[in-house]
Design a protein around this ligand. Structure first.
Ligand code: SAM
Length: 279
C-alpha cells in the first residue's frame, strides 16, 4: 500500500471504527502504554511529537507530564481519529495539539526532544525516508521511542480469529511481510538497519509480552467477539463474507474465547517490540 492508499484506508470505515472503539482499544493496550511511557520518559519542558497519534491517548498522557513549559503535537492522517483526539483534549482541558499531516513528509517544525509512537510507524511506504524525515525533526540528542508488533505468529490476538474461521473464509492471498502494515516492523534487525540508515543512533529493541484484554463487562465473551469482528485481520474478511458466515463466526469465536476467560475478562497473548534510539 502506498502512502496515498494509507490515507484513503485510515479515512475509510476503518478510521470510524478506531474512533468509535477508542476506549476499548486504549484499555486493550494498557500494559503496553505503561511500558512505552516508562521507556519514553517524558520530562517537564520536553517538546514532543506523537507519530500516528490516532485518537490521542499517548499525546494526552504525555501532555500532562511535560507541563506548561512543554508541548505535544500529535500527527495523524485520519480525520475521524483526529476529531476524537481533539474532543478528548477539550474534555481534559489539555493543550495537546492534533494536526492532519503525513509524518513521512511533515516538515513544519523540527526541534523535538522526544518523538514517540504507539503502533503508528509501520505504515510508511518508504520507512527509511520517513525515519530520516523524523530524524530531521528531532533536536540534537533527541529521543525516539515507539511500539511496533512482533511477528503475527506470536500475536494470537490477531491470528486466533483467522485460524478459528479459516475454513469459513476465502483463502487470503500470501502477503509481503515487509509491506506497510501492522507487522512490517516484526524483524528487529530490519528495524535497526532502517533506523541506522536514517541517521538514528544507539538503537535498542526490547521485547514486551502482554495480555491484550479484548473482552470485559457483563458478558466478556460477547464483548471479545464484538472486538475481533471490528479490529484486526478477521474483521474485514468476515464482513465481506456476508451475514450467514458472520453468524457462524460469532459462535466459533465465542467458543475459542471461552478458553481465554480469566478473572472476568478475555485476554489474548500479545507481543510487541519497544524500540528506542537517539538523534
Ligand atoms: C494502528 S493505528 C495506532 C493509533 C494510535 N497511535 C493508537 O495507539 O491508538 C495507526 C495510526 O497511524 C496513522 N498513520 C498511518 N500512516 C501515517 C502517516 N504516514 N503519517 C501519520 N499517521 C499515520 C493511522 O492513521 C492510524 O491512526
Amino acid at each position: 500500500m502506498s502512502n496515498a492508499d494509507q490515507i484513503e484506508y485510515w479515512n475509510s470505515k476503518v478510521g470510524d471504527t478506531w474512533a468509535r472503539m477508542q476506549d476499548r482499544l486504549d484499555l486493550s493496550f494498557t500494559p503496553l502504554t505503561e511500558a512505552l511511557l516508562a521507556i519514553a520518559a517524558p520530562q517537564p519542558g520536553d517538546q514532543v511529537l506523537d507519530v500516528g497519534c490516532g485518537t490521542g491517548e499517548i499525546s494526552l498522557v504525555i501532555d500532562a507530564a511535560v507541563g506548561e513549559a512543554g508541548s505535544v503535537l500529535g500527527l495523524d492522517i485520519s480525520e475521524q481519529m483526529l476529531a476524537r483526539a481533539r474532543e478528548r483534549a477539550d474534555e481534559l482541558l489539555s493543550e495537546a495539539e492534533f494536526r492532519n499531516a503525513d509524518a513521512a513528509t511533515f516538515a513544519d517544525e523540527g526541534d523535538f526532544d522526544l518523538i514517540v509512537s504507539r503502533f503508528g510507524v509501520m505504515f510508511f511506504d518508504d520507512p527509511q525516508a520517513a525515519f530520516a524525515n523524523l530524524h530531521a525533526r528531532a533536536a540534537s540528542g533527541g529521543r525516539l521511542a515507539f511500539a511496533c508488533w512482533q511477528p503475527a505468529a506470536v500475536n494470537p490476538w490477531a491470528t486466533l480469529p483467522m485460524t478459528v474461521l479459516a475454513d469459513l473464509l476465502p483463502e487470503m492471498p500470501a502477503s509481503d511481510p515487509l509491506a506497510p502494515g501492522p507487522f512490517a516492523f516484526a524483524d528487529p534487525e530490519r528495524v535497526g538497519a532502517i533506523l541506522g540508515q536514517a541517521g538514528w543512533q544507539d538503537v535498542a529493541v526490547h521485547a514486551l509480552p502482554f495480555a491484550m484484554v479484548t473482552g470485559t463487562g457483563d458478558d466478556p465473551i460477547a464483548s471479545a467477539v464484538h472486538f475481533s469482528l471490528r479490529i484486526g485481520p478477521a474483521a474485514r474478511a468476515v464482513r465481506d463474507a456476508g451475514p450467514a458466515v458472520e453468524a457462524e463466526a460469532r459462535q466459533r469465536l465465542a467458543a475459542a474465547f471461552a478458553d481465554h476467560l480469566t478473572d472476568g475478562a478475555v485476554a489474548l497473548p500479545a507481543n510487541a517490540w519497544l524500540v528506542t534510539a537517539r538523534a
